[in-house]
Design a protein around this ligand. Structure first.
Ligand SMILES: Nc1ncnc2c1ncn2[C@@H]1O[C@H](COP(=O)(O)OP(=O)(O)O)[C@@H](O)[C@H]1O
Ligand SMILES: [Mg+2]
Length: 297
């Protein structure tokens, strides 16, 4: 019976790790739907067996060439004709009306959709051939909906990844940066279990931001992270992103367009295609720009 206990412990541990890998890389509803459609086995194809070098991606250069993707092998393309060269450390904002393909484009970076045409490389490595769990574990995704495990402590929820441990000073430092250490400290600090109502709504997103600061990936993908928080919390999130993720390549779908107007470039999507791609000030100076139109709404 001892063996059985060890087995079930290992099984539940691997479930926890799976859950984290899955949740932290989910882009809103897409990943949830995908999870129903594919079980893990059928999603991992033999071709996806090229393990990238340790520490990949080290620069965060992204290249999309004549790229197209769809939700299933045979359904209509939802992003297509995508040609995009993103420099290491570039801050790229993505906008477009609802249903234009913004979340789908981000999801392709995590290989949540089927690649149909062209290619995506990150630091020269073709994403199509990397095991999907390795790919997702190598990028930093900040989801729209904050999440944690109610049964676990602040310490665990802040750094749930297996392998390394992080010292308390570092954990407290990121919580301070995200302005939630005082609240957490008052509630008992790093070893307190995080009940469902542990933090207020805005503080939850700040907690997830703190977690992502410990993630240390050169590529950060954000899908409307501040869509459901107040303006003040949004400003704080934006300031932390600019300060603490400044060395990273950031691809951000913006809810409020003023949060990307200082980015290096803006991509405007329409029906899954790029219709504008340039520096925000250049787009704003064009009378017929869609970005300008959306920005002035
Ligand atoms: N899980 C899904 N399965 C199939 N089609 C989807 C799924 N999610 C979104 N779509 C479709 O993909 C297109 C782009 O949607 P989406 O990427 O969510 O746009 P946006 O993020 O810009 O609002 C839409 O036509 C939408 O209906
Ligand atoms: Mg979306």
């Amino acid at each position: 019976s001892f063996d059985v206990n060890v087995m079930s412990f290992n099984t539940s541990l691997s479930m926890v790790i799976k859950m984290w890998t899955y949740t932290e890389t989910s882009i809103g509803a897409i990943a949830r739907v995908r999870d129903f459609e594919n079980n893990t086995k059928s999603e991992v194809k033999p071709i996806e067996s090229n393990t990238p070098p340790p520490g990949w991606p080290t620069s965060g250069a992204i290249e999309m060439r004549n790229f197209a993707a769809s939700y299933t092998e045979s359904s209509d393309l939802v992003v297509q004709g995508i040609n995009l060269t993103i420099q290491p450390g570039e801050k790229l904002g993505i906008c477009g009306r609802s249903g234009s393909g913004k979340s789908s484009l981000l999801a392709t970076l995590l290989h949540l959709l089927e690649f149909r045409e062209g290619s995506i490389t990150i630091d020269g490595v073709d994403v199509a051939y990397i095991p999907r769990d390795v790919l997702r574990g190598s990028l930093n995704t900040i989801p729209q909906e904050p999440y944690w495990m109610n049964t676990e402590t602040v310490r665990f929820n802040l750094y749930p990844w297996p392998g390394d441990t992080v010292n308390d000073a570092t954990l407290i430092d990121v919580l301070r940066k995200c302005h939630i250490w005082d609240t957490i400290n008052e509630k008992g600090g790093l070893d307190v279990k995080m009940a469902a109502d542990f933090l207020s709504h805005g503080q939850r997103q700040l907690f997830c931001l703190a977690r992502s600061l410990l993630r240390k990936s050169k590529v950060v993908v954000l899908d409307e992270v501040s869509a459901s928080v107040d303006i003040q919390t949004d400003s704080l999130i934006q300031a932390v992103i600019r300060q603490d993720l400044r060395d990273c390549t950031i691809i951000s779908v913006a809810h409020r367009l003023n949060t990307i107007v200082d980015f290096d470039r803006i991509v405007v999507l329409d029906e899954g295609r790029i219709i504008e791609c340039d520096a925000p000030q250049i787009l704003l100076s064009r009378p017929d720009s869609r970005f300008k139109e959306l920005y002035n709404l």
